[in-house]
Design a protein. Structure first.
Length: 203
């Protein structure tokens, strides 16, 4: 093979390889541009960590699906909540283990959006009568997220709870609510400092 053709062939192969590497790097990065992020920032950590970048891409996908479901939401809260979530994620610079904090923030936000906007399979709604009173009802829907989540409704109040480790049964924790079900009976607290209720599956 003439030298000039061989050199051309090597150049073409090199360009193809470089293009493939650049495409792979772009695909492996987060959903946002890393060109202008500050050194030492949480965004820089996400840009340089393959696992966190993958979580960011997953969140962007789920957020896009949620946006479609939230088109008729009044008032429109999803965008504002996402801005608040980004601020909370970036506050992980204060944590002792920054990476673990960032990973948890992503996992919880993905699960929250999947549950709230019904983007994954669910079990329920399941109805529970609490403290032996048919009128004191709690309705629970369980979502196949990671970590597991549930949405509990009581009257006009709604609580999104996240699955917690439990020796038996299923335990979930919300902001001021908790739910622990074992063999059809649930122990529920609803509100800060509220007494525990015993709830059983309604017929």
């Amino acid at each position: 093979m003439p030298a000039h053709r061989n050199a051309l062939r090597i150049a073409v192969v090199t360009m193809i390889a470089w293009g493939s590497t650049a495409l792979a790097a772009e695909t492996a990065g987060p959903s946002f541009s890393c060109a202008t992020v500050e050194a030492g920032s949480i965004e820089r950590m996400v840009c340089t960590d393959a696992g966190l970048s993958a979580l960011d891409r997953k969140l962007a996908e789920v957020y896009g699906e949620a946006t479609g479901k939230a088109a008729d939401e009044h008032p429109p809260v999803l965008k504002a909540e996402q801005r608040g979530w980004i601020k909370g994620r970036n506050d992980c610079w204060k944590a002792d283990d920054r990476r673990a904090c960032v990973e948890e923030q992503y996992r919880l936000r993905i699960a929250e959006l999947q549950a709230r906007y019904r983007l994954v399979p669910a079990i329920g709604p399941v109805h529970f009568a609490c403290d032996g009173q048919a009128g004191n009802e709690l309705t629970a829907t369980f979502f196949e997220t990671d970590p597991p989540t549930m949405i509990a409704e009581r009257g006009d109040e709604v609580s999104l709870m996240v699955g917690q480790p439990a020796a038996s049964g299923a335990r979930y924790q919300g902001r001021n609510e908790s739910f622990w079900e074992h063999q059809g009976e649930a122990r529920v607290t609803w509100g800060y400092g509220a007494p525990e209720m015993t709830c059983r599956k309604a017929p």
